[in-house]
Design a protein around this ligand. Sequence first.
Ligand SMILES: [Zn+2]
Ligand SMILES: [Zn+2]
Length: 97
Amino acid sequence: MNNGTSEYRYMLEMFIGDECLICGSKEKLYFHEIHDVRHPTTFKYYIAHLKDFIPLCSRHHQKMHSILYRLEHYPESTKSLRIISLIAEAISVKSCD
Ligand SMILES: [Zn+2]
Ligand SMILES: [Zn+2]
């Protein structure tokens, strides 16, 4: 979300969450799209798809995308196991600066 949208941003934080789902940090929050699809960054879109977004700090947002990237290289049959271990790994990285 860009400049002039702090009011919208505030509302989205109320609906989606204002702290990182993994570490609880409130710094540099991103609204991550859980299906990893490209989407418009308009207020209207976020409001219409609230359930598709989770709040993550910049560090864990980056981590989440590296997890998603790595998952692409695993066969379907092993994916759920990999998801569990990768998420466990992400959660163990707690220090956000
Ligand atoms: Zn975090
Ligand atoms: Zn994301």
